[in-house]
Design a protein around this ligand. Structure first.
Ligand code: FAD
Length: 403
């Protein structure tokens, strides 16, 4: 490598493959995602046929090794895909993330050989849709307090409990359940601590059904959210992932990619909002000048640009260092989600302000982005949870500040 070769290094498209993935997804988004986004938001509809096309493009198993039907890409590739889709339709992108990161990647890194061989090809192609069920009506952040139970009786686990807020929990308004659920339930206690275990629940297991379909969400309306109900649900012993009590390990291994891709979704929202306000400020005149001549508008645009660029570099640098199989960097995956989610909400808010009344209606996109952005400060870990984790991690490893 020549002395100055690093100067050609592109942080955002480091390899020709990454560049190609971005171009492919961008073209797909322009031709297929963008035209349906507003309508699906308004009608609160998940576009399942469009989702299955992501399988044809190899995006549903983006991080899964090729031998199981995936594309074998890294965390950076996953970030690129989420950033590009979310710049158009964050709601649709959330359904994609719930499937490809919360279910598919989880299975790829934590499942056993039989489970991977049985389910990964179907979820990578889009034939099967997956979801991840951790939250419950009374338990969110305090995950160790979850109340759903799974008790081994003979050759089956008997599962009881309710799961709340599950993205892809149902696939349509008729309440068709997801084909597969990555489920966390309590299997007892050890040393006074709850033992959480992970199960692969298949559509058709007796006692598994969709409860309430959650409607009238503020944003992310192009994704379905549902309550799942387990009433003496019978799951064969081999539905257990790993061993009893392994859930915390599973969560830790997948958490990093979940948070970094949620941050990438925020980047997409921020970028699109910034583009919209920049363009509008040039085109719209007031008092005989374009809006871009006014200092207060300049502040909205300039601060948004600089903050967006700083966050983008942090997200890409964190993804670049990520090892999909270890999930060890909680500090920065919390860090990028903490900062970019609020960034996206703030930039979308400024964009509405710059667009004035036009910003407040659907045609100009930013109101939808603003509504969608808020969820990212809650789902996949609240801001307060990230603040707690970061402070704890820095107390344990103060040297991380110098890294
Ligand atoms: C649209 C949508 C989609 C979702 N998709 C999924 C999904 O696919 N799968 C899934 O399992 N879940 C999903 N969730 C659930 C989401 O992850 C939870 O809402 C989130 O983890 C917060 O849990 P909670 O709502 O129970 O709030 P709580 O945990 O009850 O928190 C309420 C408030 O208290 C704060 N708080 C709690 N504990 C502390 C503390 N120790 N210190 C300081 N503040 C604290 C929180 O930060 C928050 O501000 C989704 C939620 C929504 C709205």
């Amino acid at each position: 490598m020549s002395e100055f070769a690093w100067r050609n290094f592109d942080l955002y498209n480091p390899t020709p493959e990454h560049k190609m993935i971005r171009e492919t997804v961008r073209a797909f988004v322009e031709s297929e995602v963008e035209p349906q986004a507003l309508e699906h938001d308004r009608r609160e509809k998940f576009n399942l046929s469009l989702f299955r096309k992501l399988g044809e493009l190899g995006l549903l198993g983006i991080t899964v090794p090729e031998e199981y039907g995936g594309t074998g890409q890294d965390a950076l590739a996953a970030v690129i895909v989420h950033e590009e889709i979310s710049a158009s339709d964050p709601g649709f992108c959330l359904a994609y993330l719930a499937h490809s990161m919360l279910f598919v990647n989880n299975l790829a890194v934590n499942g056993n050989e039989d489970q991977k061989k049985k389910f990964l090809p179907g979820v990578c192609s889009g034939e099967l849709v997956g979801c991840m069920a951790m939250s419950e009506p009374a338990v969110g952040t305090d995950v160790l307090g979850l109340e759903s139970t799974a008790n081994l009786q003979g050759s089956e686990y008997i599962i009881n409990g309710r799961k709340m807020w599950i993205t892809n929990g149902c696939l349509d308004d008729e309440g068709t359940p997801a084909d597969l659920v990555w489920l966390y339930a309590r299997t007892g206690e050890k040393n006074g601590k709850p033992q959480l275990s992970t199960f692969l629940i298949e559509k058709g297991f007796p006692g598994y059904e969709v409860g309430q379909k959650i409607k009238d969400k503020t944003g992310m309306r192009a994704s379905n959210t549902a309550e799942l109900v387990f009433t003496n649900c019978r799951a064969p012993k081999h539905a257990l992932v790993g061993h009893e009590g392994a859930s915390v390990h599973h969560m830790m291994r997948n958490l990093e990619i979940e948070r970094v891709t949620l941050a990438a979704m925020s980047l997409g929202i921020a970028r699109r909002s910034l583009e919209a306000m920049n363009r509008y400020a040039q085109e719209r005149s007031a008092f005989g000048k374009s809006l871009s001549h006014f200092g207060q508008i300049q502040r909205h645009i300039a601060e948004s640009y600089a903050e967006y660029k700083a966050c983008r570099a942090y997200v890409y640098e964190t993804a670049r260092r990520m090892d999909l199989n270890s999930g060890g960097n909680r500090l920065d995956s919390d860090g990028v989600k903490l900062i970019t989610t609020t960034l996206a909400k703030n930039i979308a808010d400024r964009a509405i302000q710059v667009l004035g009344g036009y910003g407040y209606v659907g045609e100009y996109v930013v109101e939808r982005l603003w509504r969608d952005a808020k969820l990212l400060e809650i789902g996949g870990g609240t801001l307060e949870a990230h603040q707690k984790n970061i402070t704890r991690d820095l107390a344990k490893s103060p040297g991380a500040i110098l890294d």
